[in-house]
Design a protein around this ligand. Structure first.
Ligand code: R5P
Length: 505
């Protein structure tokens, strides 16, 4: 029976075929499966029996659950085509080929979760038109205590060359890439361009007496793969709605001028918080914004830490990519927090999932338990209420994680609650530092040691001055540049989401 239908979509994308009733074709995978079946006792063979008799080309890994990792016990040479040069005793996370390591880890997790051998097929793109079909088997093994905690693997690689395209037209990904950045996103756009080894393409922005705008490219865009960086936060003299309009009209102009593809890169997306009806006859603004992008002819949209990922993905019928800054924050806090006990807190129940993923990520990095907590929150007519706090923060440095800081009220009250429950230090982590109204005052008065944001939106000089000494801004240019490079060349976005940008833990 194939359980492909029960498999999570990202695994389906990662492996062209994933089957738990494996019938391998290759010699190595066939041999390994036969060996697994003949040594099987109960649910799975014992690790010791299989490893003692592992011949030819198989390999075996033991799970390291506390690190969400696997350690290679035998067969480093056999698995090298997928992982690069690895030594026995090394962990998957240390393999030179991170993409191969991610594939193996997901497959091993799946085989141990299901308790059956799993066979997958996928295509490895090598140089130019050279490709290789990979057949990969993973079968669970039992440790001395009977628990499934190791995996037997084997693989076959068949190399083939993709036939040359019949027509002259450049295949997807071969068009030249052009990057524009509008308004106050210019500085971020320049950093992204530098990461990509490009220069920003020039454009003209004009504002007329009645405040209407005109934006046009100043280079030829016909048949180009175009990316437009424009964060959509409101700022003095330029509301989120103004910026949205400007971006939409620019996309329209690019389409009219014959661009092959246009991707809107809006690290902060406006109107994302109104993603459902909370009162009768309420609008669902997230969906209307999506319809505007679709109607004007955008091909894709990229954002970072969408307020509600499910709502964002459901709203768009064009390709929508929700990146997150978790790896960027994790890299910072891994150095910042050192050996002290840590807790991650969500300042409201809506952000609990985001905070939990971050907590797990920190736990993997620190290889020690990281506690959690969350706070009740209700907002009505701008007034925030809800006093219930749950969590183990006493004696710990607390990271309060949220997608954004607007008036600062949410973070300030969560910080007070953490301190009241015994937190030693309170550090805020929010992807988008909007700092509206008197946010700086609200945050200055609260017991907050540090406010860590990213540069998805530009911070005004006034805000930076008022929060001086406590504000840290992390860059998202590498994340955006890697996403753009992968979108342009057809690389794996799943892998980027899993591992974060270069250098992230
Ligand atoms: C709300 O659900 C968001 O995740 C943020 O918690 C909220 O928008 C922050 O707003 P403020 O800073 O005004 O409390």
């Amino acid at each position: 029976m194939t359980t492909l239908a029960e498999t999570q979509p990202f695994l389906k994308r990662l492996f062209e075929r994933l089957d738990f009733a494996p019938q391998p074709i290759g010699a190595e995978t066939k041999h390994a499966l036969e060996h697994w079946r003949t040594t099987r006792r109960g649910v799975a063979p014992s690790f010791a029996d299989v490893v003692a008799d592992l011949r030819h080309s198989g390999f075996a890994f033991r799970a390291v659950p506390e690190a969400r990792d696997y350690e290679i016990v035998i067969g480093a040479k056999a698995v090298a085509p997928l992982l690069g040069a690895v030594a026995e005793g090394a962990r998957l996370s240390e393999a030179p080929n991170r993409r191969g390591a991610v594939r193996l880890r997901r497959l091993f997790d799946e085989a141990l979760r299901v308790g059956e051998p799993a066979l997958v097929e996928f295509t490895l793109v090598e140089k130019g038109r050279d490709r290789a079909g990979v057949e990969l088997l993973a079968a669970p093994l039992a440790l001395a205590d009977g628990a499934l905690g190791a995996v037997l693997g084997a693989m076959n690689i068949q190399r083939f060359e993709t036939p040359a395209p019949a027509r002259e037209a450049p295949p997807r990904g071969d068009e030249q890439i052009l990057l524009f950045a509008l308004g106050s996103s210019r500085a971020l756009g320049e950093r992204v361009a530098r990461e990509l080894g490009l220069a920003l393409s020039p454009h003209e922005e004009r504002r007329f007496e009645d405040d209407e705008r005109k934006v046009r490219p100043l280079v030829e865009v016909r048949d180009k793969d175009v990316y437009v960086v424009s964060s959509l936060e409101g700022e003095a003299g330029d509301s989120g709605a103004d910026k949205l309009m400007r971006l939409l009209f620019f996309i329209g102009a690019l389409r009219d001028a014959g661009a092959a593809r246009v991707t809107a890169v809006s690290p902060y997306l406006c109107y994302a918080r109104k993603d459902r009806r909370t009162k009768p006859l309420d609008p669902v603004a997230t969906r209307y914004v999506a319809q505007l992008f679709e109607a004007i002819g955008a091909d894709r949209i990229v954002t970072i830490d969408a307020h509600n990922i499910a709502a964002f993905e459901n709203a768009f019928r064009i390709e929508s990519l929700a990146l997150d800054a978790q790896a960027v924050f994790a890299r910072y806090f891994a150095h910042r927090l050192g050996a002290e006990p840590v807790a991650v807190v969500s300042p409201d129940l809506g952000g609990e999932k985001r905070a939990e993923l971050f907590r797990q990520r920190l736990e993997t990095i620190f290889a020690r338990p990281v506690a959690k907590g969350f706070m009740d929150k209700h907002r009505s007519m701008g007034e925030i209420t809800g006093e219930i706090f749950a969590g183990d923060v006493a004696g710990r440095a607390v990271v309060i994680l949220d997608d954004l800081i607007s008036s600062g009220g949410t973070m300030a009250r969560a910080a007070r609650a953490c301190r009241a429950h015994g937190a030693t230090r309170v550090l805020l982590a929010a992807t988008h530092g909007l700092f509206t109204r008197d946010a700086e005052a609200a945050l200055r008065e609260a017991p907050i040691d540090e406010i860590v944001i990213t540069d998805t939106v530009s911070t005004s000089e006034t805000v930076a001055q008022r929060l001086r000494g406590r504000l840290v801004t992390l860059g998202v240019e590498t994340l955006l540049a890697e996403a753009i490079a992968r979108l342009h060349s057809g690389g794996s976005i799943d892998e980027l989401l899993e591992t974060g940008p270069k250098g992230a833990p």
